[in-house]
Design a protein around this ligand. Structure first.
Ligand code: FES
Length: 107
């Protein structure tokens, strides 16, 4: 009889929860705590333009049609308080808190 088990050890990632994101018909998963734009870029999905990734240039402007989210700081020159109230946000600053359905906003 062997003193130790030989079962494989499985290491679980600490943060494995993710949300399903739909942008203009494209689908991908966004890990909890990651912004939509970074998740999109990491997975090689190409449905939004990528600029500064810091909420300043506005090229990733979207409107969130369904779902809950938080945002990091966004340039008020790109997203006004009124826009934000309508669901307009910058994908590089959106932190999903549920599955999201998003549409690109073209200026
Ligand atoms: S990439 Fe510049 S504001 Fe999002």
């Amino acid at each position: 009889m062997q003193p130790f088990s030989h079962r494989p050890v499985v290491f679980l990632k600490e943060n494995t929860m993710s949300y399903h994101i739909t942008i203009d018909g494209e689908h991908f998963n966004c890990p909890k705590g990651q912004t939509v734009l970074i998740a999109m870029r990491t997975l090689g999905v190409d449905c939004l333009p990528v600029g500064c990734c810091a909420g300043g240039c506005g090229v990733c402007k979207v409107i969130v049609l369904e779902g809950d989210y938080a945002t990091k700081v966004m340039s008020r020159a790109k997203v006004s308080i009124e826009d934000e109230a309508k669901g307009i946000a910058l994908a590089c600053r959106i932190l999903p808190e549920s599955d999201l359905t998003i549409c690109r906003v073209k200026d």
